[in-house]
Ligand binder design. Structure first.
Ligand code: FES
Length: 321
C-alpha cells in the first residue's frame, strides 16, 4: 500500500458498518455514509485511499458490486511485517468507528467491451477481481475464467461468495510451497480474445506477464498494491540520473526512486499508482542501462521509456525531460 498525499478536504468521513474477519489475517470493512446518503459511484477495479489510524494513507480495492451506491466494501490483509498501516487499521477500527476515505479511483479499469475474460488473483488480489466479476454478473454475465491462487483454505477470503457466483472457477492452494504452484501455462499457451486481469504478489504477476508475451498488446492488465515492486532488492545499487541532456547528475540511493529524487529537486511530475502498474509516470530516456521493473511497458517501449516510480538503472541514466 502506498503513502499517498490526500488533503483532508478531499476525504469523506464514512461510518464502519461492519468490521469482521473474511479469512485468516484478512479483515473486511463495510463503509457507509453516516446518514446513509448515496456514495460516489465506482467502476470495477476501483480503489479507495484510506487514512488509517496512524495517519498514513493506504489504497484498498473495492470488492463489492459497483452497482451498489449505499456502501463500499474493502478487505485488508494484515501485514505483520509491513509498515504498520494494515495493522493499525484492523486493530484500531471497530464497527461504529469512522474512517476518512478518498473518492473511488480506478487504475485497473475493466474493459467492459471484451467478449470474455481471464482473471488471475493471488491472495488478497481477489478484491478488485471480485468487483469485476460481480459487475459482469449483474450486467447479464459474460464468459470468464477465474484462477484464485492462495496459500491454504483458511486464508482464502470470499470463498463462499465465489462459489455462489459459479462459472469457470479454479481455487488452488499451494500450501506455501513453490513446487505446488498452479501451472497457468495451459491457460495462456494459445492466445485468445479474452482480456486478462491479474492482481496479486509480484512473482505471480511476473509469471503471468512472462506467459502472455505472445498475447495481443493491451490484453493483459495488472494491479499491485502493497507487494514488493517498490521495495529495495538485495542487489540494488545506487546510480545517477540526469533530468535532461544538459542537466547535472543526481544521486538515486538504494531505497529511493527516480521519481522521489526528481521531486526532491523541484520537478513536478505526474504519478498515480507509484507501483509500476498504471503508466502515468512514463518517461522517455536518452541514454543509460535501465533496470525495468514496471508491469506495463512492452519490450519495444522499454527501448525508449521507463516508469520512473519503480525502475532503476546502472551507471548514469539521462532522461528526456
Ligand atoms: S505512477 Fe503508475 S506506473 Fe508510475
Amino acid at each position: 500500500m502506498l503513502d499517498l498525499p490526500a488533503p483532508d478536504a478531499e476525504l469523506m468521513t464514512l461510518r464502519v458498518a461492519r468490521a469482521e474477519p473474511a479469512a485468516d489475517g484478512v479483515q473486511l470493512f463495510e463503509l457507509r455514509h453516516p446518514e446513509d446518503a448515496p456514495l460516489p459511484a465506482f467502476t470495477p477495479g476501483s480503489h479507495l485511499a484510506v487514512r488509517v489510524p496512524s495517519g498514513a494513507m493506504r489504497n484498498y480495492s473495492l470488492c463489492n458490486d459497483p452497482h451498489e451506491r449505499d456502501r463500499y466494501v474493502i478487505a485488508v490483509k494484515r501485514e505483520e511485517n509491513g509498515r504498520g498501516g494494515s495493522v493499525a487499521l484492523i486493530d484500531g477500527t471497530p464497527p461504529g468507528a469512522t474512517l476518512q476515505v478518498s473518492a473511488p479511483r480506478n487504475l485497473f479499469e475493466l474493459d467492459t467491451r471484451a467478449p470474455e475474460y481471464i482473471f488471475v488473483a493471488g491472495g488478497i488480489g481477489i478484491t478488485p477481481i471480485l468487483a469485476m466479476i460481480r459487475y459482469l454478473q449483474a450486467e447479464g454475465g459474460k464468459p470468464f475464467r477465474l484462477f484464485y491462487l492462495t496459500r491454504n483454505s483458511a486464508s482464502t477470503a470470499f470463498r463462499e461468495d465465489i462459489a455462489a457466483i459459479g462459472g469457470s472457477i479454479v481455487i488452488h492452494h499451494d500450501e506455501g510451497d513453490p513446487d505446488q504452484a498452479y501451472d497457468l501455462w495451459p491457460v495462456f499457451e494459445e492466445p485468445g480474445r479474452a482480456q486478462i486481469y491479474c492482481c496479486g504478489p509480484r512473482p505471480l504477476m511476473d509469471a503471468v506477464r512472462d506467459m502472455t508475451g505472445h498475447w495481443p498488446e493491451n490484453a493483459v492488465h495488472f494491479e499491485d498494491f502493497g507487494s514488493d515492486l517498490v521495495r529495495p532488492r538485495a542487489d540494488d545499487q545506487p546510480f545517477t540520473v540526469c533530468a535532461g541532456a544538459e542537466a547535472a547528475p543526481l544521486d538515486v540511493p538504494v531505497g529511493t526512486t527516480i521519481l522521489e529524487v526528481l521531486r526532491a529537486h523541484g520537478r513536478t511530475l505526474p504519478s498515480s499508482c507509484e507501483s509500476g502498474t498504471c503508466g502515468t509516470c512514463r518517461t522517455r530516456y536518452l541514454s543509460g542501462e535501465v533496470d525495468h521493473r514496471d508491469m506495463v511497458l512492452t519490450e519495444a517501449e522499454r527501448q525508449e521509456a521507463l516508469m520512473i516510480c519503480v525502475s532503476r538503472a546502472r551507471g548514469t541514466l539521462v532522461l528526456d525531460l
